[in-house]
Ligand binder design. Structure first.
Ligand SMILES: [Zn+2]
Length: 262
């Protein structure tokens, strides 16, 4: 996530170096090999659990990566934000993270959720991060109730579907998935049912075969998740977004170009 608004906020740190959250941050910064990356961290807020408000961005004025944590109590988020930079370095493409992906439209928030699965997958190779992720993912599958709420938009359910589908199928290991397959499949089915209705309400034709194509596309994550080429990731974004039938292909390309320089 590289929200535009980060550009103008000063780099500062509101917690002390000995704070356990900052200790965790430094520990993971080293583990991920990011110690040579110039970085500023801003920790703020308490009790605000809005995941979407934490982020990492290149700050052109300070020539530093700037990480903002709105909910630094959560180990997962502290590591995840660093993971965005780790992914960019693994792809050999810092530019992947240096562009602006402005917030605020359905397309960018959907891209973000797909990108987050790449980040989490790469981080899941570190066993202790995997444990944190798996706990969250298992809890989500077991306890999350998925209902059709009219006030909740189509894009929210698409994000939910992508996160659940990619995480369950390609990030969780088979030991952790054991016994959860049926309930996960039910979630997928429920969300698909809700999405059909939401598409219909928008007068967009989206049928069973569209979902088959979408799932076939998502299944390519199995291979592309290990790529070393940022273009493969952006192509995966494009091909997935295209199948949603929500935007003109030229618009998708323009936003991806702006966001990832590809
Ligand atoms: Zn993220």
């Amino acid at each position: 996530m590289t929200p535009e608004k980060f550009k103008n906020i000063p780099l500062s740190k509101k917690i002390s170096d000995s704070d356990p959250r900052h200790v965790l941050f430094e520990k993971w910064r080293n583990r991920l090999g990011l110690q040579n990356q110039p970085m500023g961290v801003l920790y703020e807020g308490k009790g605000d659990n809005q995941f979407s408000k934490s982020g990492i961005a290149w700050h052109p004025h300070y020539n530093k990566w700037e990480i903002q944590y709105k909910y630094p109590q959560d180990d997962f988020i502290i590591i995840h934000e660093l993971g965005h930079l780790y992914l960019a370095l693994e792809l050999g493409d810092i530019g992947f993270l240096k562009h602006d992906l402005f917030e605020g439209n359905d397309l960018t928030v959907i891209v973000n959720v797909i990108n987050d699965q790449f980040v989490n997958y790469r981080l899941s190779k570190f066993g202790d991060f995997y444990e944190i992720l798996a706990k969250k993912a298992i809890d989500f599958v077991k306890n999350r109730r998925i209902n059709d709420k009219p006030e909740i938009s189509l894009s929210v359910y698409i994000r939910l579907y992508f996160q659940l589908y990619l995480q369950f199928n390609f990030i969780l290991n088979s030991k952790d998935k054991k016994g959860l397959e049926t309930i996960a499949k039910n979630h997928f089915k429920n969300i698909r049912g809700i999405l059909f209705k939401k598409y219909k309400a928008k007068n967009i034709k989206f049928f069973h075969q569209n979902f088959q194509k979408l799932d076939a596309q998502l299944n390519k994550f199995r291979v592309v998740k290990d790529t070393k080429n940022s273009q493969d990731v952006v192509t995966f974004f494009y091909d997935t977004l295209y199948l949603l039938k929500l935007w003109d292909p030229a618009f998708i390309k323009e936003i991806l170009k702006r966001g990832y320089g590809k």
